[in-house]
Design a protein around this ligand. Sequence first.
Ligand code: IVH
Length: 676
Amino acid sequence: MSSEVKKRIDTLRELIRENDYNYYVLAEPAISDYNYDMLIKELEKLEAEHPEFISPDSPTQRVGKDLTKEFKAATHKVPMLSLANSYNEDDLNDFDRRVRKELPEGEEIEYVVEYKIDGASVNINYVNGLFNTAATRGDGFTGEEITANVKTIKTIPLRFKESKDIPYRLNDVEVRGEIFMKVEDFKKLNNEREEKGEKLFANPRNSSAGTLKMQDPRIVAQRPLNMFAYVLISTEENFDSQSENLQILKKLGFNINPETRLFKTINEVLEYCRVLEEKRYSLEYEIDGAVIKVNSIRQQTLLGSIAKSPRWAIAFKFKAKQAFTKLKEITWSVGRTGAVTPVAELEPVLLAGSTISRATLHNIDEIRRKDIRENDIVIIEKGGDVIPKVVAVVLDERKENTKATEPPLNCPVCSALLFQPEDEVAYYCENTECPAQEKGRLEHFASRGAMDIEGLGEALIDLFVEQGFLKSYADIYELKGKRDELIQVDRLGEKSVDNLLAAIEESKKQPFAKVLFALGIRYVGSGAAKKLAGHFLSIDELMGAAEEDITSIHEIGPSISGSVIKFFSDESNRAIIKKLVEHGINFKSEKRTSTETFFTGKTFVLTGTLSTFSREEAGEKITALGGKITSSVSKKTNFVIAGENAGSKLSKAEKLGVEIMNESELMIHLQKAENK
Ligand code: IVH
């Protein structure tokens, strides 16, 4: 009996898988929705009656019920590199020349040209053909595990499709691809969000990336995410070529971008890039260029990589999408540092999938250079960044009697006289109590990379500042004594106030480095904050440090140290910090981090020619990170770093069994240590 049931379950799963593939990957449904639903219902029923047969790759198991509390860190077995960019024919010719120079003379080279999909990249591990885990790219070395969310995506198989003609062992492999949302689906999602009064996504890429980081996989399952797989990686098999790799992925049931082509010369590559550029407007999804890859994996290995990008591939960026519109007004916005930046208020216009009504104008020099005036017809452009910019004015359409734009004399928010430091183009409002600066500082303090106070966003901060609840960030921690008053504010309600107060309490656990970043000290970005917090173990140590103590930290220069000293010598800043300490904010680090790197205490010998820098430069970097360089190889040597044409030192290392490192491995270690 039960073997009958098992058989039926297997048949149902196979049928559903086949139909999912037809529907989602091929977009050629083979049965009616009704019949499909019947198959699902029958399978669900049998699995409910026989839970012993439920397996993680069953089509019913795509959507988990458990919320993810926090995303665990996941280290990639093979780093996820990024791509260098090219923009024109010359750049592509240079790329081709570099490739040919590095490969043995006379070798034939083929290039694969693919679309560069504008989404979020993901790394999926399959063990014995079954979906195991999935992770975001992160910094290329370590990402976040988002398995439950990625499993909900129907174009990604939970088990490889059976295929007899794949001549490789695929016991433990990684599939990499780009997760994206079709433009139409993105618009639909934003419309629904608008109706519900929810925050809108800026573009399809953000909506894909945002969805992948949601805590509830049931909501992710309702979002129309797709994936184009672009590479299969195995540490135990040597594949032949990128084009073969894509064919294997296709046979395993993945969605492969159909526009991919193979060419023999860089001229053909360029020609095809132009075809793809033209075609972008008729696509259902967003792309931001093409990717050109050397097809042969053997050649890819010979070429290797420099720093974070491979020598065997390059991105070809398309021209940014442009639109014409009227610039109604130039307004000036005041940021948290007091810098006053011009903003173009535009007649709303559709550009690359979203409606644009504001664009940045950068600074007054830029406005003068381009002679941008109110009431002009302007060309706006959306490049790699989310924020659109004004690139030029259509002078032929300029009305008579328009006036050249001048910066305001007074702060548009608090009316204080503006000041322009000698060496800067920006004008500053120097009134530290200017409400716009206060709001900006509070927003930064509460933001995700800083204290990460969920719910305390721009709108609520504006409201609280206007109603007098907040002025400095220490006030945030006094809100809990005002619960009853807050509930009355703009009908916030008990639940949202309690959630907010809980999030504020939770933020007290943020590590010292995030707290330091949150303080908004000029030039202290998240990287510098990490280094400071890893060196000085408490706020007292940091406040007591002399400028030279601070500059002694690797990669902390005089502008950062000067700014830190200035910040802590300000009485009002000291008063705020005192209050934060009293509220129990974490101003201590667990352990010293920045001094310990991969290189600390190890001995290295450099030999052969390196391509990214000279041996001397490499040596300086290693020494700065705590390593020691010696000239001859002995048993005490920890690593021999071997460049091109390495000779006797390399053979000695081999004889003594000293570990050998190639240039790209060195680059990866340097990057990691420097980012620490
Ligand atoms: S190959 C070393 N192929 O672009 C090779 N990447 O800057 C790097 N991307 O993070 C990946 N479409 O998310 C490759 N057809 C494609 C791609 C693609 C989009 C993204 C990917 C990666 C970024 C590289």
